[in-house]
Write a protein that binds this ligand. Structure first.
Ligand code: MF3
Ligand code: CO
Ligand code: CO
Length: 307
């Protein structure tokens, strides 16, 4: 593998073919896998799945705990405080804090921010905003990871449409996951639906294997791509599904100032929902359901939307 080779250059292997027609796919997959080196076994034992259940359930309770705070007038730092306090009070660890240098305990991503928004005492939620709150906790060594996009008061019809499409996209992705299914079935369920609704699927950020590591092998694409890892889902695998959906184009840019905040390139709105799931003998068990989702018998509950 050679660094910085361009797609139309000759392949490094000496085949005489263009890189894109030779080793490019394989190299891309290897690079993705290397970025997920904090990795446990791809198939977890029943005891490990139980650990993942406890982590997911805690993450879900925490989501319900902060739900009321996500309203006009609250600063994103107040949400961060609440997430941090609840987590450490229960003896657990907020996974984002210091993860590759991330400075806070939760990600709060408003409007055109796609993901990895940094909570701040200077940023106050306002009527009309949409905000994704992405919570990840470590409970007895295992990770639970889930997020929801909240609408603050009345939002534009376009924002509402985006949030609805994104919630449905997560549900479609979860329904497509199960034993014997190819990993790419998730993207195949999500992307055509999202495009038909006039929205686009972010390519740059993906779901992931999860366990004792935050981001384990493999990469869960939400867009259809030949780069998708060649994996058949098996009972005992645990992964996240977390489509980031834009109202405009799929391209994103990272804030050069803080190195974290990811925004849509065209300034359009972006939304996201995420759950951690375990593949079982019969389908996908959602590990991060919140008590309110359990009570409603739904995978996603968005006040004011029928999803
Ligand atoms: N929770 C995000 C995910 O779903 C990752 C956040 S990484 C952080 O994968 F460093 F920004 F916290
Ligand atoms: Co997350
Ligand atoms: Co995740």
């Amino acid at each position: 593998m050679r660094k910085n080779i361009r797609r139309n250059e000759l392949c490094w292997c000496g085949s005489g073919r263009k890189y894109k027609r030779c080793h490019m796919l394989e190299d891309t997959r290897k690079k993705r896998a290397a970025a997920r080196s904090d990795t446990g076994p791809m198939v977890k034992s029943p005891a490990q799945i139980d650990g993942m259940r406890r982590a997911g359930a805690f993450n879900g309770r925490l989501m319900d705990h902060i739900r009321g705070l996500v309203r006009a007038g609250t600063t994103t730092e107040e949400i961060n405080r609440a997430v941090h306090e609840y987590t450490v009070t229960h003896g657990h660890t907020p996974a984002p804090l210091n993860y590759h240098g991330f400075p806070k305990s939760v990600c709060t991503s408003i409007n055109d921010v796609v993901c990895h928004g940094i909570p701040s005492p200077d940023v106050r939620l306002a009527v009309g905003d949409i905000v994704n709150v992405d919570i990840t906790t470590i409970v007895e060594g295992f990770h639970g990871d889930s997020s929801e996009t909240f609408m603050i008061g009345t939002v534009s019809d376009a924002a509402r449409h985006l949030v609805e499409v994104t919630a449905r996209a997560l549900k479609l992705g979860i329904e497509a996951a199960g034993p014997g299914k190819h990993l790419r079935a998730i993207a195949e369920a999500i992307e055509p639906f999202v495009n038909a609704e006039g929205c686009s699927v972010v390519h740059q950020y993906t779901g992931h294997g999860i366990g004792t590591g935050f981001h384990e092998f493999f990469t869960v694409y939400h867009h259809v791509s030949p780069e998708c890892d060649d994996i058949i889902l098996q009972p005992g695998m645990t992964l996240t599904i977390e489509p980031m959906i834009n109202l405009g184009g799929y391209r994103v840019v990272t804030d050069p100032g803080d190195g974290w905040t990811v925004r849509t390139k065209d300034g359009s709105l972006s939304a996201q929902f995420e759950h951690t799931v375990a593949i079982t003998e019969t389908g996908a068990e959602v590990l991060t359901l919140t008590p309110s989702q359990r009570a409603a018998g739904r995978l996603v509950v968005v006040p004011g939307l029928d999803v």
